[in-house]
Design a protein around this ligand. Structure first.
Ligand SMILES: Nc1ncnc2c1ncn2[C@@H]1O[C@H](COP(=O)(O)OP(=O)(O)OP(=O)(O)O)[C@@H](O)[C@H]1O
Ligand SMILES: [Mg+2]
Length: 606
């Protein structure tokens, strides 16, 4: 299950469970495992070459023309007495290492990018098929920014951190083996100092990581302030809420600054601690080592002493970098877990597998439907709703704001599962019908039209991607939209802006109508489809809609009652209950709520 965001912020420790979830990522590496293995071979080769480097370097630094006197030299195949030989070998070593590293980087990048492409695809195809409720519970801005930062984190790790981590471990383990060969005494001295540092370093690193995690979460929050403000920019401006939002943002970024500065101070302390102790340890070991090289019969040759020092420096650096690498890997496990949680979340697509695709003629029946939104389970939005629509009927839903009309249209589209009761399409229960199939038979002109950034043409053909030019123009004409479309210099190619911001409310509504027309649905839902139009345009569009409704089952939600006079059945809804139903004439005669509304609006009775 996807945890709510708050839990995620509190989570610092990795559990077995989270590691198990994160392991799911390997499924995405599997197709590229061949290349991945080759990458590892190159990594092992370049790491081994790196391990020989301090040895050679030491031999070069301490090299002289003296005859070999030490144990390490006596087992060597090549004569390392001569510093020229050593230098040439070093060049060969670098050549080999750079070649290995090149292939390692290229192959790891390839594997990573391939796997990430698949992960991105899997995550988006999951998101787009998530049940409606998921989007009620998760802020879209936060979700997308978290996802992209999680992906970046995984990318970094697969590409470099794993290799780096492996390299450091090999250097530490291999280095210990080497230094014991040179001098076990000096090696023990060194091991008595460095691990102490390492333990303190790990402790320090953990603490710093906690601080930066807090800052990261705060940064995500500040991003969501920006996103929400800019997405609702017209609201911000009209309510002159700029100062309020700036204040909110200021507070947030001040917090980020403080957290980061605090973690900076600790990071500084950490770095200076490492430097001081590292150099302190090196000086101490050099001092002890030099003592061993003294005298006529030294315990340690100066060449081996130099190699020893080189290993100590390399190992010191490796140990110093471990906490950061470890933290990064830990972060990646968290990020991977987030991603895998999204990918593993059941989508509508999975939930509806193996459902029926019956013939749908537009007969719809609600039987004692009760419904509450999943995140407000205690507030019942619809109570005991029962009605019947025969094929080609027009059902009007009337009622005050918040009474549950749009909710009924959401249930028709099976956005949510009802708590009790039954919904039938042509005598098949809604949950037995293939979702994709069911929705393909329906079209909605929603209360809040949102267009996609793109052209008017793209937005109309969204209703039917296979529509040809003539069909698009015809749909636009029927929706009474052709006139304004043609008045734009670019016509159908006019860009509508983000979510249709460059069009007026009425224009957007007519494009949404054209989109519904072109879909040619069996069941049509019009949720205040003409609310943004002036009465002249409304009349024209209403004409179009009247024609559109012929031969389909239509659900019309309207505040303006004049538009629903001809409905086959009018349902008057109050607080989630159907309180009256019947035709216009019947309801007028019964002299109830509907009649009152009609009188209030002064609808002419024909
Ligand atoms: N996504 C949601 N999550 C939780 N509650 C919701 C959600 N959408 C609507 N509601 C609640 O359900 C009730 C019915 O809302 P609905 O949108 O169906 O009303 P409506 O009749 O369409 O009103 P209007 O005429 O203003 O469009 C309201 O109390 C509303 O607050
Ligand atoms: Mg509504």
């Amino acid at each position: 299950m996807l945890r709510p965001n708050k839990d995620k912020k509190q989570k610092v420790k990795l559990t077995k469970e989270s590691i198990r979830t994160a392991k799911g990522i390997f499924t995405y590496l599997k197709p590229y495992r061949g290349a991945f293995m080759i990458g590892w071979i190159f990594l092992i080769l370049s790491t081994s070459a790196g391990l020989v480097f301090p040895f050679m370097m030491g031999q070069l630094l301490g090299g002289s023309s003296a005859a070999p006197t030490n144990m390490a030299d006596s087992v060597k195949l090549i004569n390392l007495d001569n510093i020229n030989n050593v230098a040439i070998l070093l060049f060969i070593l670098f050549g080999a290492q750079s070649l290995f590293s090149y292939f390692r980087v290229v192959i790891f990048t390839n594997v990573t990018e391939n796997a990430l492409r698949d992960i991105r695809k899997a995550a988006f195809s999951k998101l787009i098929y998530m049940p409606m409720d998921f989007f009620n519970q998760n802020k879209v801005g936060e979700l997308t920014s978290r996802m992209s930062s999680d992906i970046t984190q995984v990318q970094e790790t697969l590409k470099t951190t794993i290799a780096e981590f492996f390299r450091q471990i090999v250097i530490i383990v291999g280095g210990i083996a080497f230094i014991f060969v040179f001098s076990w005494k000096l090696a023990l001295i060194m091991l008595a100092t460095v691990p102490v540092m390492a333990i303190v370093a790990v402790f320090f690193g953990r603490f710093i990581r906690k601080l930066s995690k807090k800052a990261q979460d705060q940064a995500a929050e500040s991003n969501s302030i920006i996103e929400e403000s800019l997405m609702g920019i017209s609201n911000v401006k009209s309510f002159t809420n700029e100062v309020f939002l700036l204040g909110k943002y200021d507070k947030n970024i001040e917090e980020i600054r403080n957290l980061n500065v605090k973690s900076g101070v600790w990071r500084g302390l950490f770095v200076s601690f490492i430097i001081f102790c590292l150099f302190g340890a090196i000086v101490f070991i050099i001092w002890q080592g030099l003592l061993m090289t003294q005298g006529p019969n030294p315990e340690l040759s100066s060449k081996d002493f130099f190699s020893f020092i080189m290993y100590t420096i390399m190992m010191g650096a490796s140990i110093g970098s471990l906490p950061d690498l470890y933290a990064s890997i830990q972060k990646t496990i968290g990020a991977t877990e987030n991603l895998m949680n999204i990918i593993n979340e059941p989508s509508e697509q999975q939930l509806q597998q193996g459902k029926e695709t019956p013939v749908i003629n537009g007969n719809v029946r609600f039987e004692n439907v009760h419904f509450a939104y999943p995140q407000r389970k205690d507030i019942s939005v619809l109570n005991n709703i029962s009605f019947k629509a025969n094929s080609n009927d027009t059902i009007a839903l009337v009622g005050s704001s918040g009474s549950g009309k749009s909710t009924i249209s959401s249930l028709l589209l099976n956005y949510y599962t009802i708590n009790s009761g039954k919904i039938y399409y042509d005598d098949i229960e809604i949950q037995d019908i293939d979702l994709h199939y069911l929705r393909s038979k329906m079209a909605i002109v929603p209360q809040e039209v949102i267009l996609f950034a793109g052209t008017i043409r793209e937005n109309i053909s969204f209703g039917n991607p296979d529509a040809n030019e003539d069909q698009i123009i015809e749909a636009a004409r029927q929706a009474n939209a052709l006139e304004f479309i043609n008045s734009f210099p670019d016509g159908l190619e006019t860009q509508v802006g983000d979510r249709g911001i460059q069009l007026s409310g009425g224009q957007k509504q007519r494009i949404a109508i054209a989109r519904a027309i072109i879909k040619n649905p069996t069941i049509l839902i019009l949720d205040e489809a003409t609310s943004a139009l002036d009465s002249e345009s409304e009349r024209l569009v209403q004409d179009a809609l009247d024609k559109l409704m012929v031969g389909r089952t239509s659900f019309v939600i309207a505040h303006r009652l004049s538009t629903i006079k001809n409905a086959s059945n009018i349902l008057v809804i109050q607080n989630g209950n159907i309180v009256e139903s019947g035709t216009h004439d019947e309801l007028i005669k019964s002299n109830g709520i509907y009649n009152n509304l009609v009188e209030l609006q002064g609808v002419e009775l024909s």
